[in-house]
Structures are given as structure tokens and as C-alpha cells.
Design a protein around this ligand. Structure first.
Ligand code: THG
Length: 793
């Protein structure tokens, strides 16, 4: 059959998706524990019926029943990705006819490395398999949805881009704190995903339409691609053992209308929505015209949890991860000593860096492998956006590919061949890039000629589809000792480039002083002049008090530091302060744990054991630092990845302590044993695994029964181990009933244990209703409960 379906989607009008599949399937008989996608084979007529109902209700897009059809989730089933995806697309196409079919891609259901087992490449391959089949079978859109980890979303988007030419829509799921599970905020999502070239961005699931409003409005502020919203019909609630959703069609459609008026152009529904909801939206928006928003372009780079916007006040790019002139770093790179590099990163962050330059170019090492490793390690420890610095294109591409965020590439210049090799990478991965004002004739003396090169770079980039907002121009600092007259030209060039091209600027400030005494004096004086000219983001050594104090002073004089607040804070008791460099030399286990430095924790614990007892270390350092980290997590200062990183760091220290106790006293260090299980019918164990990591690192022993655990298996484990605390997890509304059944079974067997429960659809009220003793709203709460039960307060 010749494929004549037009692949271009008209995003200039409203596009109406369909509503829920899962909750509709339950209505048509899907049992708890049954694989929803199995219906594509076992009951295709039911899938067809649901699609038809949405079609009749007015959906422009029919979404395939393939949410969980990935090789990880199908591992222990009789089904293959091939058969489930191809049958799903066929059924959807049959109903949709010339309307659109969206290939549904849900999350894989595993935590990504370094905390979980899922590597970036595995995630990519898993998505690529689904996408190739869906594309071949004639889907029109790839819908990547319910993503909670932006790194996984990136893997899915790359898999879609490299294995099909279909339009890509990506939606993420937010918690009530306005972030995804792994801590991504709306601005960061837009900055990263828009860069990756998705055709529409948005939110789905988890929250009801009302709770989503602030998130949607934040996305609309930044998104230059159409925005899609597919809320749940409110937050799920258990009523007489059934899951109910309280936002009915009319109220739901009112919210849809409100969102359309705000600027959303693609609408639909997630859990709990029905064809009534879709039909009512259709009616509500029929007389509306899509709102065209005037979105301001920003120059911004992102890690997975933090976006740094250039131009808002001076942003500092830390230069210290660069072997030039640094003997110790060279040694560390040769010896694969990541801990040294991580420390450099942490010190720069603590000193106030906003972005970190990463250059690992040494002739005697495998730069590509070391760069990848360095990026992975850095992004698990510091949340600052990274600047990827190499003269090798292959190194830049490899690093940008595995980077979890929107990086800054250092650099491109006015040479044709360099632009031809760098710009495709910038475009494909949606990075920002530094453009150096030099070309085949070198660095021009005059500011006007540097502007010419900058103009050429910007124009060329735009031909590649790169927005000029993603380009940061470096007018290049020359050394005062060799090219004295050209130092001022750099300052003039900054002014010229900014006023003519409207781009942001950077400079590697310390170049100015090579070969002269008192380098810091020249550096800081030059910095002050460049800041006055409008320099947005200097590359410098954040550990230099001279440089940082110049910036602090500048921010007062330029009215950036309102009421001199930061200045006063830093300098009002300056006499008593020690140098930043000296402070960071003292090793403190508490700080090491908070920073998440595993190897250092291991070494320092061994060191401390020479003068302290095992329990002293546990009580003086390990538990208090985990408490600090827990508080930071609860207050929203840090997010899940950093929480887990610190937990893993404590684990290293515990390993040393446990081994020592076993050797000296024969005692095992444990505060108590806890049984954990994801209940019968539920295969989602991310939440339970996070709880396990935390509990173990607080010194509890965990018997992990895994997922889809039968009531009797929990009962037996509790009886056998005389267990005092059980933790049960359920993600789906349908499996909360298994949770209730498990608690009944424990009580029915007269087992004297407390039960704590957790999971996305639970709250205090259900927990009580199903007979649990405790509700753990998140992993840190489960630790508090365990400490209460085992009296370790
Ligand atoms: N523009 C852009 N990128 C750049 C530069 C630039 N990257 C490299 C450089 N210039 C900026 N980064 C550094 C990194 C290290 C050093 C200087 C600038 C350095 N400084 C001391 C020295 O020269 O001996 C060592 C300092 C120390 O160890 O404390 O090595 O202009 N886009």
C-alpha cells in the first residue's frame, strides 16, 4: 500500500487529542495485574470501541494503546513489542482513517543510572524499538508522555529523531511542588526539550486541571512551540474500593477553555477522562481562535534541575576544570581520579559559579571516554549547567549527547570548516554555543573586524536553523604583555557586538595578564571594564577573591544587587572571614555526604575510625548529615537525584563501618529489619526502590520482596523474620485494593507489625481507610516512620 497520508501536522489550529485509555479499559473489564496492551491481541474489538468513542466525540488524534509496550515491561510476559505495537497502530488507524494516529510512548518504568539500572543507551534502544515499529505501521505523531525524568525524555526524543521523521510531542508529569519526580521545573523542561526540536511540549497526568494551571502558565511563558495539556479528571480518590475522579466533563472543559485562552492549542485528557470530557471540550473551544503568544527569547543553559539565564545579572563560568597550567588536574586526569575533578566542581559551585567549563583535553589520555565519564560524574554531583569544552568535534558531540540538560558548547569560530562541523551538533542537540571572533586570518585587531566575524557566525548559525539567542559571542581577550593596544579593542568589541547583534557575550578574562606580575590586579581591573561594557558571563576562577569581589562590587554600582543586600551579607563581617580556598581544604564528613562524594566518604570514614568508635561516627556524622539532606529535600532546596546521591555516599561510609564492626565485635550493625513490597498486580517499583535506598542508608536492613508480590508472600516473610515494620507500595489506583488485601492478611494472621504505605495515588485518608498504620508521603517520611518504630530518635 502506498502511504499517502500527509505527515505534516497543522499546528495553527486547535488539535484535540483523546482521553484516558487505562481507566476506560478497566470499565470494559481489565483486571488488576492484567497488561492493558494485551488487549490489542486478546480483545482488539474493545480497543477499537474505545478509539471509536473518542473519534465520535470529536478527537482529531487517536492515541495508540502502547503506553507500556516496551521491552522492559514485557520482559516476563508472553508478548513482544513487535506484536503489541503493530497491532495497536493497526487498530487505531482503522478507526482514525484520515485523522491522526499518535504512537503512545510511556516511561520505561526503571530509574535511570546512576541510581537505577537503566542506562541512557538502554533507554534509547528501548524507545527506538517501539518507534521503528510504530513508524513502519503508519503512525502520524510520536507522543512521548508521562515522563518524570527529563533524561529519559531526552533518550526518547533522540530515538524518535533518529529512527523516524514524524513530528514529536513530549509531555511530562509534575508533582504538586511544580517539579517532576527528578526535580525538573517547567522552564528547564521547555529550555531542554524545545532545544531538542520537539514539535509540541506540555504536561499530562498526575494532577487535575486546576492544580496544573501554574505549571501551564510557566510553560507558556517560555515555549515557542505549541503547548499541549492532558490533565487527569482531578486527583484520583478511592470510594468503596473503586477509584473515582471528581472533575466531570463540564468542569473539565471549562478548564480546557481557560487554558486555550491562556495560549494552549493542543488539548486532551489523561486518567479518568472519558468521551464526555472530550466532547465537552470540543463544544467549549469551537468558537475560540488559538491565541498567538509573543514569547520572549532567552539565552539560557540548563542542568536537569536548574536553568541559568544569561543577561539577568553577571553569570560566572568557572574555568578550573581545564588542565592548562594545572599539574594536579593533569595527574588526576591521567589517573582517572574523578574525585579530584568533582571537588574542583564543588569548590567552584560553593564559591558562586553559575556554569562550569569542562575541558579534559590531554594528549596522553582517551579524551572522548574521559569526557563522557566526567560529564556523567559531574551531573550526578553538581546541579550547575555545564560548558563542554574541547577542540575535538567527536568529543563535543559525545558529551552533548549524554548530557542531561541544555549545555553550552565551547566553542565555534568564524572558520568555515569549524562552523560546518559544530553547527549541526548545536542544532541537533539544542545546545548553546560560544562563537569566538577569529577566523582563518586569526584574531582581528580592530573591534569592527571582530564584529564582522561575529556577524558571520550568527548568520551562518541561522542558516542551520539555530536561533541567535543560543549564540554567545566571545570577542577574545589578548594579553596586555604582548598586544597591549588590543586589550581595549576587546572591550569595544563587546559593546559593538551587543548593540549590533543583540547577543550575549563572554570572555576568558585571565588571558589578559599572562606574562605580567600581580596577575590578579590586571584581571580584576580588566573584568571591571568589561562588565561596564556589558559582558554577560565571564569565564574566570571563582576561587579568586579578587575576581568575585569585583563582581560583587560591580553589582552594587550597577544597581543589580538591590539594596546592596548580597554585598552587605558578604562583607559586613569580612574581617573575621577566612579565605574560601582555606575553608575547602578541611575535610568534613558531613559536607562530603551533603556534596555526595562517595570515594571521599569511604576514605575519610577509614581515617576517622582511627580515633573514633563506629557508633560515634554513625551518630556524629552519618545520621545528622542525612537529616540535613532530608530537610533540604523537603524544603525544595535539593531534589531526588541529590538526595539519592547523598544516600549512596552514606552507604559507602556504612560499608566501612559495618565491616569494622563485624571484624572487631562480630556484631552486625542494624537498627531493625523492614520488609518492602510493591503489591500484587502492580509492577511499578521505582518508588519502592527509592525507599529501599534511603532506609538502607539510614542503617536499616531491608528485605525487598520485589514487585507484584502476593499477599501470602508478605505474610510469610513477616512471620519468618519476626518483622516489626512492613512498607507497601502501589502506584496504580487499581492496585490499592491489593494493598488493602495485604494489610487484611497481615492482621488476619495476628502478626504484630506496623504497616506503612506509599504511592502516587495514596494520601493520609486512604491510608487510614485501608487499615495502614502510617502513610509515607515520600521516601524521607518512610525513614522517619522507621526511626519511630525502632526507637532511634
Ligand atoms: N574563551 C573561551 N574559552 C576559554 C578561554 C577564552 N577557555 C580557556 C581559557 N580561555 C579560560 N580558561 C582558563 C583555564 C585555566 C587557566 C586560565 C584560563 C589557567 N590559569 C592559571 C595559569 O595560567 O597558570 C592557573 C591557575 C591555577 O591553577 O590556579 O590555567 O578566552 N571561550
Amino acid at each position: 500500500m502506498v502511504d499517502i497520508v500527509c505527515k505534516k501536522i497543522d499546528f495553527s489550529n486547535f488539535l484535540l487529542f483523546d482521553g484516558a485509555m487505562g481507566t476506560m479499559l478497566e470499565k470494559y473489564g481489565l483486571k488488576r495485574g492484567e497488561l492493558p496492551e494485551s488487549y490489542n491481541i486478546l480483545h482488539p474489538e474493545i480497543i477499537e470501541k474505545i478509539h471509536s468513542e473518542y473519534f465520535e466525540a470529536g478527537s482529531d488524534v487517536i492515541t495508540t494503546n502502547t503506553f507500556g509496550a516496551n521491552s522492559y515491561k514485557l520482559k516476563n510476559t508472553q508478548y513482544t513489542v513487535e506484536e503489541l505495537v503493530s497491532s495497536a497502530v493497526k487498530i487505531a488507524r482503522k478507526v482514525a482513517g484520515h485523522k491522526l494516529v499518535a504512537l503512545d510512548i510511556g516511561p520505561i518504568g526503571q530509574l535511570m543510572e546512576p541510581y537505577g539500572i537503566l542506562s541512557f543507551d538502554n533507554a534509547y534502544d528501548t524507545f527506538a524499538e517501539q518507534i521503528k515499529i510504530g513508524d513502519r505501521e503508519g503512525a502520524d505523531i510520536i507522543l512521548i508522555e508521562t515522563m518524570t525524568d527529563i533524561y529519559e525524555a531526552k533518550a526518547a526524543i533522540l530515538a524518535a529523531k533518529e529512527n523516524s521523521e514524524l513530528p514529536i510531542i513530549c509531555t511530562m508529569t509534575y508533582q504538586s511542588d511544580g517539579r517532576t519526580l527528578t526535580g525538573t521545573d517547567p522552564l528547564t523542561m521547555v529550555n531542554v526539550l524545545q532545544g531538542l526540536g520537539v514539535d509540541a511540549i506540555g504536561v499530562n497526568c498526575s494532577l487535575g486541571p486546576n492544580e496544573m494551571l501554574p505549571i501551564v502558565s510557566e510553560i507558556l511563558k517560555y515555549s515557542r512551540v505549541p503547548v499541549i495539556v492532558q490533565p487527569n479528571a482531578g486527583l484520583p480518590r478511592l470510594k468503596n474500593g473503586e477509584t473515582v475522579f471528581d472533575v466531570h466533563a463540564h468542569e473539565f472543559a471549562e478548564y480546557a477553555k481557560l487554558m486555550a485562552e491562556m495560549g494552549v492549542t493542543i488539548l486532551g485528557g489523561c486518567c479518568g477522562t472519558t468521551c464526555d470530557h472530550i466532547k465537552t471540550i470540543k463544544d467549549e473551544i469551537k468558537n475560540l481562535k488559538p491565541v498567538k503568544l509573543d514569547v520572549q527569547k532567552i539565552t539560557a543553559v540548563s542542568s536537569s534541575t536548574l536553568t541559568v539565564i544569561l543577561g539577568e545579572k553577571t553569570k560566572i563560568i568557572g574555568e578550573r576544570i581545564n588542565p592548562t597550567g594545572k599539574k594536579k588536574l593533569k595527574e588526576a586526569l591521567k589517573n582517572n581520579d574523578m574525585e579530584y575533578i568533582l571537588e574542583e566542581a564543588i569548590n567552584q559551585r560553593d564559591a558562586g559559579a553559575d556554569i562550569l567549563d569542562v575541558n579534559v583535553g590531554l594528549p596522553e589520555i582517551d579524551e572522548l571516554e574521559v569526557m563522557k565519564k566526567t560529564i556523567r560524574e559531574l551531573q550526578s554531583v553538581v546541579n550547575l549547567p555545564l560548558q563542554i569544552d574541547s577542540v575535538r568535534c567527536d568529543v563535543i558531540e559525545a558529551a552533548v549527547r549524554i548530557y542531561n540538560g541544555k549545555p553550552l558548547i565551547n566553542s565555534v569560530n568564524g572558520k568555515l570548516d569549524v562552523m560546518e562541523s559544530i553547527f549541526p551538533i548545536v542544532k541537533k542537540y539544542g545546545a548553546c554555543v560560544i562563537g569566538l571572533t577569529l577566523d582563518d586570518s586569526g584574531i582581528p585587531s580592530k573591534a569592527e573586524d571582530r564584529l564582522k566575524i561575529a556577524t558571520k557566525i550568527v548568520q551562518r548559525a541561522e542558516e542551520y536553523g539555530i536561533d541567535r539567542a543560543d549564540i554567545i559571542i566571545d570577542c577574545l581577550v589578548l594579553t596586555a604583555s604582548a598586544q597591549q593596544s588590543e586589550v581595549r579593542e576587546t572591550i569595544r568589541a563587546v559593546e559593538l557586538v551587543k548593540s549590533t547583534l543583540g547577543v550575549k557575550t563572554t570572555l576568558g578574562v585571565s588571558n589578559v595578564s599572562f606574562g605580567l606580575p600581580q596577575r590578579e590586579l590586571l584581571n580584576r581591573t580588566f573584568l571591571a571594564a568589561a562588565l561596564t561594557a556589558g559582558l554577560d558571563a565571564p569565564i574566570l576562577n571563582p576561587l579568586s577573591n579578587d575576581m568575585m569581589s569585583t563582581i560583587n562590587a560591580f553589582n552594587v554600582l550597577w544597581n543589580n544587587d538591590k539594596n546592596s543586600k548580597k554585598y552587605i551579607n558578604v562583607y559586613s563581617s569580612f574581617e573575621g572571614k577566612t579565605d574560601i580556598k582555606k575553608v575547602s581544604k578541611d575535610k568534613d564528613l558531613t559536607k562530603i555526604i551533603i556534596d555526595g562524594l562517595k570515594d571521599e566518604a569511604f576514605e575519610l570514614t577509614n581515617e576517622l575510625l582511627k580515633t573514633m568508635s563506629e557508633m560515634e561516627i554513625v551518630n556524629k556524622y552519618l545520621i545528622p548529615s542525612l537529616d540535613i539532606v532530608g530537610k533540604k529535600y523537603e524544603s525544595g532546596e535539593i531534589f531526588l537525584p541529590q538526595l539519592l546521591q547523598s544516600a549512596e555516599t552514606v552507604k559507602k561510609a556504612f560499608e566501612v563501618i559495618k565491616a569494622r564492626m563485624l571484624a572487631t565485635t562480630g556484631n552486625k550493625l542494624t537498627k531493625g529489619t523492614i520488609v518492602l513490597a510493591t503489591v500484587r498486580g502492580d509492577i511499578h517499583d521505582i518508588g519502592k526502590n527509592i525507599v529501599k535506598i534511603l532506609l538502607e542508608n539510614y542503617g536499616f536492613e531491608v528485605i525487598d520482596l520485589g514487585k507484584d508480590v502476593h499477599e501470602n508472600d508478605v505474610v510469610n516473610a513477616v512471620r519468618r523474620g519476626n518483622i516489626k515494620l512492613v512498607g507497601l507500595s502501589a502506584l496504580m489506583t487499581t492496585t490499592v485494593r491489593s494493598m488493602e488485601g495485604t494489610i487484611k492478611a497481615l492482621r488476619g494472621n495476628n502478626l504484630d507489625c506496623s504497616v506503612m504505605v506509599g504511592g502516587a495515588v495514596l494520601n493520609e485518608e486512604y491510608a487510614e481507610m485501608i487499615g495502614a498504620d502510617y502513610y509515607a508521603k515520600d521516601a524521607t517520611e518512610s525513614v522517619k516512620i522507621a526511626r519511630r518504630i525502632f526507637h532511634c530518635e
